[in-house]
Design a protein around this ligand. Structure first.
Ligand code: ZN
Length: 401
C-alpha cells in the first residue's frame, strides 16, 4: 500500500457573492476529485489546535502527524533547517520577508504594506537584495541567509523570541502599529527600506511594472525544534515534495527525504505535473511508502484576494496532480490511499489564514465507501464526520495496510 497526502495550501474558503454563494473549491472544475468524492470518506478536520495561530507551520505539522502544541517552536527555525542552517539552542531565527511598502510617505512608519511577497519575487533577484542587506545591516550576532522567493532568514545569536506581526495579516494597513518593539529589529527594518528602495534592481522592477521589493519584514521568531523521526513514529518512509522552505524544513527535522522538482516555485505557475510525477516515482521506483505533495498556490491566491486565480490553482491541482497521481499509481498496479486537504483556510475575503476546520477527502483504491457527491467545505460539513484532533488524521490514513 502506498500513501499520498495532496496538501492544497489555504484552499478552504467561504461562500462568495461573486460566485453565487459558492466557495472557490465549489466553483472550480475538478473532474478528477469529483470522481473520488462519492466513493471516499469526506469529513472535516481541525488542523490548528484551538488557541494556536493558524499558520502553515502549525497546520502542516498537524497534518504530518506532529502535535503543534508539543513540537512547534516557531516558523522560522523550520525554514532554517531547510536552508541548512545549524542553529545553536540559544539562537533565534526570524523569517525575513522582502515586502512592498508604499513609497510616497516621508516616514517609514507611515508607509502602507501592499504586498508581502513583492510580486512573488524570484529567488535570483531576492538573493541580490539580501546580499545588499547583509552588507548594509549585518552586525555582531546577526546574520542573514537567502531562502526562496520572498522568504528569507535572519539568525540572532543568543537571542530572545519576541512577538512579531506576519506581513500577510496586515496588507493594505499602515505599518506603524505593527513594527517590532525590539529596537535592533526595528532599526534594521527601517534601514532596509533606505537600502532597498534605492537599489538599481528595484528601479528596474518598477520600470517593468512590478512591485518594488523595498523593505525587510521580520516575523515568525523561534528556537530550534526537536521533531522525532517520521519513520520511527509511523513506520513509513516518507518523501516531501514542496517548493516552500517551511515544508522542506519540517521534512529535514522529521528525517523525511526532500525531493526538488524543477520549476516548482510556490506560485500559481508552479510545475504541478512535475510534482505528481516525482511523487509517483518516489513511491513506485525509489522505495518510499508515503509522499507529501504540497502546493502553495491556493494560499498565495487567497492572500492576493483573487478568487479567479484561486479557482485556477485548484483546477490545476485537480488536473495535473490528483488525476495523474491516481492514474499513474493504477497503471503501476499499486494500491494506494490518498488524503486530499488544505492545511487551513485562506479566504480571499480576509486575505489571511483562519483556524477553522478544513474539509478532507480520504480515498482508498481498494475499497469504496459511501462518500458525498462532491468534495468541498459544505459537503464535508454535512457529512457529519469531524476530526477535532488534526495530528491523528495521518494515523487514519495509515491504518489500512
Ligand atoms: Zn498554509
Amino acid at each position: 500500500m502506498k500513501y499520498i497526502i495532496a496538501l492544497c495550501d489555504g484552499m478552504a474558503d467561504e461562500p462568495l457573492e461573486e460566485l453565487g454563494g459558492r466557495t472557490p473549491l465549489q466553483a472550480a472544475k475538478t473532474p478528477n476529485t469529483d470522481k473520488l468524492a462519492p466513493i471516499s470518506e469526506i469529513g472535516m478536520v481541525r488542523t490548528v489546535p484551538l488557541g494556536m495561530a493558524p499558520g502553515s507551520d502549525t497546520a502542516n505539522l498537524s497534518v504530518i502527524g506532529y502535535d503543534p502544541r508539543e513540537y512547534y517552536t516557531g516558523r522560522s527555525p523550520l525554514e532554517a533547517l531547510s536552508i541548512g542552517v545549524d542553529m545553536e539552542p540559544a539562537d533565534v531565527a526570524f523569517r525575513c520577508n522582502i515586502v512592498t511598502l508604499t513609497e510616497e510617505q516621508e516616514n517609514y512608519e507611515d508607509r502602507v504594506i501592499v504586498d508581502h511577497s513583492s510580486d512573488e519575487i524570484s529567488t535570483e533577484d531576492a538573493a541580490v537584495l539580501i546580499k545588499a542587506l547583509k552588507e548594509g545591516l549585518e552586525r555582531e550576532g546577526y546574520e542573514f541567509y537567502v531562502g526562496t522567493s520572498y522568504r528569507h532568514l535572519l539568525i540572532q545569536k543568543e537571542g530572545r523570541v519576541v512577538d512579531l506581526t506576519a506581513p500577510h495579516d496586515i496588507l493594505t494597513r499602515r505599518i506603524g502599529e505593527y513594527l517590532p518593539a525590539d529596537p535592533v529589529l526595528r532599526e534594521m527594518m527601517e534601514k532596509s527600506y533606505d537600502i532597498l528602495s534605492a537599489h538599481p534592481l528595484n528601479l528596474e522592477r518598477k520600470s517593468q511594472g512590478k512591485n518594488p521589493a523595498n523593505s525587510a519584514w521580520f516575523w515568525g521568531a523561534g528556537t530550534r525544534p526537536a521533531l522525532t523521526s517520521f519513520e520511527e513514529k509511523f513506520g513509513k518512509k516518507g518523501a516531501m515534495i514542496s517548493a516552500v522552505d517551511l515544508l522542506k524544513g519540517i521534512a529535514v527535522g522529521a528525517g523525511m527525504h526532500n525531493i526538488t522538482v524543477e520549476g516548482a516555485n510556490g506560485g500559481l505557475h508552479t510545475n504541478y505535473a512535475g510534482k505528481a510525477k516525482a511523487a509517483v516515482e518516489a513511491l513506485t521506483q525509489e522505495g518510499y511508502d508515503f509522499a507529501y505533495i504540497h502546493v502553495e498556490a491556493p494560499d498565495e491566491m487567497g492572500h492576493q484576494g483573487s478568487f479567479e486565480n484561486k479557482i485556477t490553482a485548484i483546477e490545476r491541482i485537480d488536473a495535473h496532480i490528483i488525476g495523474p497521481v491516481a492514474e499513474m499509481l493504477e497503471e503501476a498496479g499499486e494500491d494506494f490511499r490518498m488524503l486530499i486537504l488544505p492545511d487551513h483556510p485562506t479566504p480571499v475575503r480576509v486575505r489571511t489564514h483562519t483556524g477553522n476546520p478544513v474539509p478532507y477527502l480520504l480515498y482508498d483504491s481498494r475499497s469504496a465507501v459511501q462518500g458525498m457527491p462532491s468534495y468541498d467545505e459544505e459537503s464535508a460539513r454535512v457529512s457529519g464526520i469531524t476530526e477535532e484532533v488534526g495530528h491523528t488524521l495521518i494515523s487514519h490514513l495509515f491504518e489500512q495496510k
